[in-house]
Ligand binder design. Structure first.
Ligand code: HEC
Ligand code: HEC
Ligand code: HEC
Ligand code: HEC
Ligand code: HEC
Ligand code: HEC
Ligand code: HEC
Ligand code: HEC
Length: 451
């Protein structure tokens, strides 16, 4: 290769390299600019926090996240949330300032009063108050304290205790459970959905934010959502969702798909953003039986008005009717009979009053707490596989093949009246006509008999 040619190639590469360096440099400068501005305009104490933490290498990324956040942009410094008053129960002396280690909703309330009030009225705020529940006996007693600290309480919230210096007591913190009980008496943790220090609404609109807790065998909302048409449309047209919009009104700013926030929290043209996630739900699907909530019609109207931003009337009203029927089916066919049987076993002394010490109590628990909930939850949020295969199918399988036989074993005859219900009559034997149809189906489709 001639020397000149080599020189030209080297020169071309050198220029390209230089251009790339300058380009990246410009981008970096652009990115750094707002952060610098945030720090430059911040109050003096905040600048001191940042400078010292940068120097000592303490959680420096929080500084950057803060600087890029809406708070940083608006000059709302570290001190706005972390400062404590001398009579605050969570006060903490830190480098000459009176601070709080773990800001609570009360620390946000100075500026976000309405939001904090709405949140305080929600079931979310009360989520750590489950001491009397069967689940709690499972977590704290049958499993054990350390399991509950890093299990139940990470979703539901711990009761945060501070030592005399204002440092959180181990075991009670770190914790950002949704109903955390704070030393100042306030309930909840805003960081459960708005991670620090971005405190972004964009992130809170993401289904995964809710899915951190709303998942798993007993409340698989994220799985249901991801398998529903709504979830698949969200994945397919994510870029049309305007998740970073300041105002985010369904039907106006986006129409591609609803997220959890769309249906439960965010604004429509006639509903404002509301941090009480229960305001739009009419049933409660968590207990053994589902009941309609107080003022359920108002709640349902709110939810339906969300659907109606995208769907038409008949679609929405028929869907809710089918959902109600599925909930009633669970209540009457399985929940009530299963409970009656358990009561009979208890009063006959066949099982003890202590929960979970008799195997049938585990069968009963899974029947309603896992399978029966999944069936209802699938029906509520357009997840047919959860209504059917993870839901009613499992209910049927375990009700007939485990629960009833176990009960009969303990107290023969206890299931008689249940089996006389018309819903369970098929157990006495299907009609020859039904059996003939079934055999014909397999004969026609596969040329073989099912058995
Ligand atoms: C002169 C240095 C200095 C200043 C100023 C300073 N900090 Fe710190 N900060 C530290 C050091 C060192 C640590 C890590 C050691 C510790 O936990 O005390 C720390 C830790 C923290 C922690 C975490 C404690 C833990 O262990 O989890 C918080 C919260 C905190 N600082 C908040 C602030 C805030 C808010 C400000 C400004 C109002 C501030 N700091 C100002 C030096 C400083
Ligand atoms: C909008 C309110 C808000 C602002 C502003 C804010 N923080 Fe925080 N900070 C929080 C909350 C909430 C937590 C989480 C406390 C908890 O555990 O519940 C936290 C936690 C922390 C922690 C300890 C958590 C860890 O991961 O170790 C540090 C350190 C901290 N903040 C530093 C800062 C610094 C430095 C600034 C300013 C650059 C700042 N914060 C600004 C609300 C705020
Ligand atoms: C000193 C006042 C102040 C405090 C304290 C404060 N905020 Fe804010 N916050 C603001 C202002 C102002 C905005 C911008 C409002 C707007 O965009 O309309 C904002 C915006 C927000 C947003 C929306 C950000 C976005 O993506 O647009 C969230 C979420 C938020 N704050 C959460 C919190 C939480 C949680 C706390 C307590 C840990 C808190 N704030 C404490 C003043 C404050
Ligand atoms: C992955 C997060 C997560 C874990 C871990 C978890 N839960 Fe839950 N729990 C939830 C969610 C989310 C709900 C609400 C489900 C719904 O509304 O559909 C819930 C509901 C409940 C309820 C029903 C509350 C009511 O109002 O009826 C109780 C009681 C409960 N959980 C207790 C516990 C206990 C005790 C543990 C540990 C043994 C535990 N949970 C573990 C997330 C969790
Ligand atoms: C269950 C999750 C969740 C929790 C917990 C939560 N938020 Fe939000 N927050 C959201 C969602 C979702 C949005 C976005 C609403 C929208 O679409 O504009 C939001 C938006 C906001 C906004 C922007 C203004 C607005 O109303 O749209 C502020 C401010 C805010 N939250 C403050 C808080 C404070 C303060 C707390 C604690 C009391 C808190 N949030 C707890 C989910 C949550
Ligand atoms: C940190 C865990 C956690 C996160 C994150 C979370 N939730 Fe929850 N949610 C719970 C728990 C726990 C309950 C049950 C509370 C109870 O009844 O004790 C619950 C209950 C609910 C309920 C039932 C309310 C009622 O009044 O019956 C709805 C609806 C709900 N959550 C929606 C959401 C949405 C939407 C998001 C995201 C924007 C979200 N949640 C984020 C833990 C969480
Ligand atoms: C298309 C709107 C829509 C979307 C999207 C949606 N939901 Fe729902 N959700 C509903 C409806 C409708 C109900 C039942 C309301 C009723 O009972 O009246 C419900 C019920 C619930 C409940 C109450 C369960 C109980 O125990 O009573 C929770 C919790 C919940 N949704 C969480 C979520 C989460 C988390 C997501 C996202 C992963 C989500 N939802 C996505 C519409 C939606
Ligand atoms: C942001 C717009 C939007 C909102 C809000 C919305 N949907 Fe949808 N929904 C859609 C779209 C788009 C489809 C897919 C239509 C198709 O199949 O082509 C869909 C599909 C459905 C389906 C069909 C599911 C399937 O598997 O075929 C049902 C049922 C449904 N929605 C009910 C509801 C209900 C009930 C609500 C309110 C609780 C609601 N939707 C809220 C946009 C929305």
């Amino acid at each position: 290769m001639p020397l000149l040619f080599k020189k030209i190639i080297v020169a071309v590469f050198a220029v390209a390299f230089l251009a790339a360096v300058i380009f990246v440099g410009l981008i970096e400068r652009e990115r750094a600019r707002p952060e610098k501005a945030a720090v430059a305009y911040a109050d003096e104490k905040t600048r001191a926090c940042i400078a010292c933490h940068e120097e000592k290498g303490i959680a420096v990324d929080w500084n950057r996240q803060w600087a890029q956040s809406r708070h940083g942009e608006m000059g709302i410094g570290c001190i706005a949330c972390h400062e404590a008053k001398p009579d605050d129960p969570d006060k903490w002396e830190h480098e000459g300032s009176l601070l709080t280690h773990a800001p609570s909703p009360n620390d946000c309330a100075t500026c976000h009063e309405t939001t904090v009030k709405e949140f305080a009225q929600s079931h979310h705020a009360k989520a750590a108050q489950f001491i009397g529940s069967l689940d709690n006996i499972l977590g704290e007693v049958i499993e054990g304290g350390p399991a509950a600290n890093l299990g139940c309480k990470q979703c539901h919230g711990s009761t945060v205790a501070m030592d005399e210096k204002g440092v959180p007591v181990v075991g009670t913190w770190p914790n950002t459970g949704i109903g955390r009980v704070n030393p100042d008496g306030s309930l909840g943790s805003c960081t459960a959905c708005h991670t620090r220090h971005r405190f972004s609404k964009q992130q809170a609109r993401e289904p995964r934010t809710c899915g951190r807790c709303h998942m798993g065998p007993d409340h698989p909302q994220i799985e249901i959502y991801e398998e529903s048409k709504h979830g698949l449309l969200f994945a397919a047209f994510r870029e049309d969702m305007a998740l970073d919009a300041d105002e985010w009104i369904v039907g106006k700013d986006y129409t591609a798909a609803p997220t959890c926030a769309t249906c439960h929290v965010s604004a429509t043209s006639n509903l404002a953003v509301n941090h009480d996630v229960g305001l739009r739900i009419s049933w409660t699907l968590r207990p053994l039986y589902s009941k309609k909530q107080d003022k359920w019609e108002e709640r349902r109207n709110r939810m339906q008005s969300v659907c109606l931003r995208c769907h038409a009337n008949t679609w929405v009203s028929h869907y809710f009717r089918m959902y109600d029927d599925a909930v009633d089916l669970w209540n009457t066919k399985f929940a009530a009979p299963a409970e009656n049987i358990l009561e009979s076993l208890k009063s006959a002394g066949k099982i003890t009053p202590t929960p979970f010490d008799d195997p049938i109590e585990w069968t009963f628990y899974e029947l309603w707490h896992h399978e029966g909930r999944r069936a209802r939850m699938g029906a509520s949020m357009m997840g047919p596989d959860f209504t059917q295969w993870h839901g009613f199918y499992e209910v049927g399988k375990h009700f007939y093949n485990e629960y009833l036989p176990e009960a009969e074993n303990l107290l023969p005859g206890v299931a008689d009246s249940v089996l006389q219900m018309p819903e369970h009559a098929w157990k006495q034997g299907m009609t020859p006509e039904q059996i003939r149809k079934m055999l014909e189906f397999y004969q026609q489709r596969y040329g073989q008999k099912v058995q």
